[in-house]
Design a protein around this ligand. Structure first.
Ligand code: AKB
Length: 337
């Protein structure tokens, strides 16, 4: 393609969509990246380029965006994550299965490249937990995992049968200071920083020794861009594991104590999310992603902790030094903690 591709991002106001839209716009130009969601964006998000209302459950509405804007590539972030999915399986099935089928049909009918992320949640209790390979037992027991295995297989089927350029990567937990996660089992690894800076204590919904694969958002976005832009001939498979680092809540808390406050207190109150985390890998093997399109994360656990504290620290320093709010006023960053 001699000109910049025109890219549609679904779920653009979520944790990943927010940063991905900024990155795509910096690379391809603001006007070439159409952000979409079913929520209303803050004025500053609307200011940087086109934003459209697009419900992934409505094929015709999506198609109109593709035609009106001359879309070439779709990055499909709309999904209900693991914990939210267990709370509302019918919604998760609808959004994750029917929403994906709509964008896949769109890709087939309009010759689009489609990147739709998968997750370590596509693995299940019978999957080998350490250095989990790309190809292994996949019998997840969450609705999120089931819908993502369906997505992977359907994407591969459309590639084989119709030549659709479908690409996917299995994300670990993603940690970001810029936009909050929503409804995942790995959300504790973001919440803990807000709680540490605000209250110097945190009640964790996973057990102390629950080791899970994680990545910092910058690595995640760089990797997603690499896969999105990789030449077709470089891809030896359609779905890739990506792993950056792994830690447990007690290891994360120890790093926060070391770098922020020796008094930081954590208590463990496992809830229904523990049963989800217990079925996921501890580490994933990602050699194919490294070899085929250059996956090369640079943030380890210590880098993530340092970066999160540096980025969020100033916000909480000003909140903590403000005069106390009246008892009935909402807390400034209440939704984050
Ligand atoms: C979740 O916890 O549901 C997500 C994921 C690992 O896909 N962060």
């Amino acid at each position: 393609m001699t000109r910049s591709p025109r890219v549609l991002v679904t779920g653009s106001l979520g944790q990943l969509g927010t940063t991905m839209v900024e990155t795509l716009r910096a690379k391809f130009g603001n006007e070439n990246v159409v952000a979409s969601d079913i929520k209303k964006p803050a004025p500053e998000k609307r200011a940087t380029g086109p934003f459209v209302y697009a419900d992934v459950l409505n094929y015709r509405a999506l198609e109109q965006v593709v035609v009106d804007y001359g879309i070439d590539w779709v990055v499909h972030f709309s999904a209900i994550l693991s914990a939210a999915g267990e709370r509302n399986p019918a919604l998760a099935l609808n959004v994750n299965v029917n929403g994906f089928q709509n964008v896949l049909e769109l890709a087939k009918n309009h010759g689009l490249r489609l990147l739709s992320p998968s997750t370590m949640g596509a693995f299940g209790p019978t999957t080998p937990k350490d250095a989990t390979p790309d190809l292994t037992i996949m019998r997840p027991n969450t609705i999120y995992g089931i819908s993502k295995v369906h997505m992977e297989l359907l994407g591969e089927y459309y590639t084989e049968k119709y030549g659709v350029d479908f690409r996917s990567l299995r994300y670990p937990g993603i940690i970001s200071a810029d936009s909050p996660p929503g409804g995942g089992t790995t959300d504790y690894a973001v919440d803990i920083f807000h709680a540490a800076l605000k209250d110097n204590r945190y009640a964790c919904f996973l057990k102390h020794d629950t080791r899970l694969p994680m990545a910092y958002i910058d690595d995640c976005i760089v990797g997603t861009m690499q896969l999105l832009e990789a030449p077709q001939e470089a891809l030896t498979q359609r779905v890739y594991n990506v792993h950056a680092c792994d830690f447990s809540p007690e290891e994360l808390a120890a790093e926060i104590r070391r770098m922020h406050s020796p008094d930081f207190a954590i208590e463990y109150r496992p809830d229904f999310r523990q049963a989800i985390a217990d079925t996921w890998p501890r580490t994933m093997a990602d050699t194919a992603a490294r070899n085929d399109w250059g996956w090369n994360p640079i943030f380890g656990t210590t880098d993530i902790v340092r970066t999160m504290l540096d980025k969020l620290g100033p916000t909480y320093a000003s909140v903590n030094s403000s005069p106390p709010a009246p008892a009935d006023a909402p807390a400034v960053i209440a939704q984050q903690v």
